[in-house]
Design a protein around this ligand. Sequence first.
Ligand code: SF4
Length: 497
Amino acid sequence: MTAKKKPSLTYQLVNASVDSDDYSLDKPEEACGVFGVYAPEKEVAKLAYFGLYALQHRGQESAGIATLEGDIIHLHKDMGLVSQVFKPEILQELTGILAVGHTRYSTTGSSHKANAQPVVLETRLGNLSLAHNGNLVNTYELRRNLEQRGCNFNTSTDSEMIAVAIAQEVDEGKDWLEAARNAFSLCSGAYSLVIGTPQGLMGVRDPNGVRPLVIGILEGETSRYVLASETCALDIIGADYLREVEPGELVWITGEGLSSFHWATQPQRKLCIFEMIYFARPDSLMHDETLYSYRVRLGQQLAKESCVKADLVMGVPDSGIPAAIGFSQVSGIAYGEGLIKNRYVGRTFIQPTQHMRESGIKMKLNPLKDVLQGKRVIMVDDSIVRGTTSRKIVKALRDAGAKEVHMRISSPPVTHPCFYGIDTDNQSQLIAATKSVADICEQIGVDSLAYLSWKGMLDVTGEDTNSFCSACFTGDYPIAIPDDVKRSKLILEEAKI
Ligand code: SF4
């Protein structure tokens, strides 16, 4: 069987480049956002567009939507932000009864238009379109298995491998559900999937549920379902949140409604704790509360663990703000804003001048001099990964007149890379893997630095602390990683592997 990629209908070239002074470059990058909607007689492409618009934070390199109706599939995908890739006339061409959408930040596979999703393949039962969030850890083995069965590949992504594995099973005579279950039994790693077929829409989470996936229903409708990485994508299209897809569950949505299948033999929830600390939007729900509320509690716990005398508590915008508010509530130290973020800087077509580059992070974050002048400041952030930008921010605060700068981090030190769909580089690039707290303090130029404890981070979830992956803080990976894959990132521990 040769799984062929259906050519896209249209492409447009978007020449986006990343602002090199973007503060987000010092943060781990989320891998992807996925979205699906089954809604005959609705403008499914438009619903997918707005769903992806709400999920833009999960991937800014490329975006795509595929719509299906029976044997007819329409696809548009390209490099760039959702608002750059789609125009009204393109959305008008994307007709169908269901849509699958994707925003991408590359992990496995290079950053290239050919790797943009959804992946589309022809099968015996018609076209399949697949959107994937996560990362497989057994790609070498899976690819070899599929090649031995005669499959070909068009890209270097693990997402295409999953689609090809399903298509292969279909072409060997299985129906969609059996084909999908057989394909997943070959996959190891993190995968939240939305899959469109001529017969219905599928939503799947891996047996550990590492990446999120939720189900919603369009307001006032009985069987118009939505699948999305986060609940913020339901809110934007007026869909009500029903529940999350369980780890190891497959939901199958057709004209007859939604059916659920628990296909994994030993599901064990291991939701990525970083989704809760930083990646997912603060207005998204997890465990029936907004992540804003969890992040405020992280700050409260941080204040209990590592308060210091100061005049002002501030957060690094935007992601450090909820924890800073929590820190202020418990410490009794006034909360205020010390940095203003230019919300329209992120991606730019024009590179800054050399002089602007040397002026540090002010393109994105500008300090409030009259607020900071003569103050002892506690600056709260959600994480330090490489430490490259923290130094610039601290310098900007001191230049603006801050007398002391104490840094407080609402998560533990990141000492290990992620293999499950988050780009945290290799271990040697993680500042906490190679330096002590005292050394980091000196490097970024703060008067003191403290991280939240691992126990504190998990305790304030209010959930079973075993139900999270926190491997980037501990090195305790819940899904086994082949040695050759480990070697590619665990540089400092290579000798032990
Ligand atoms: S290793 Fe870290 S970033 Fe990766 S899934 Fe686990 S907690 Fe999340």
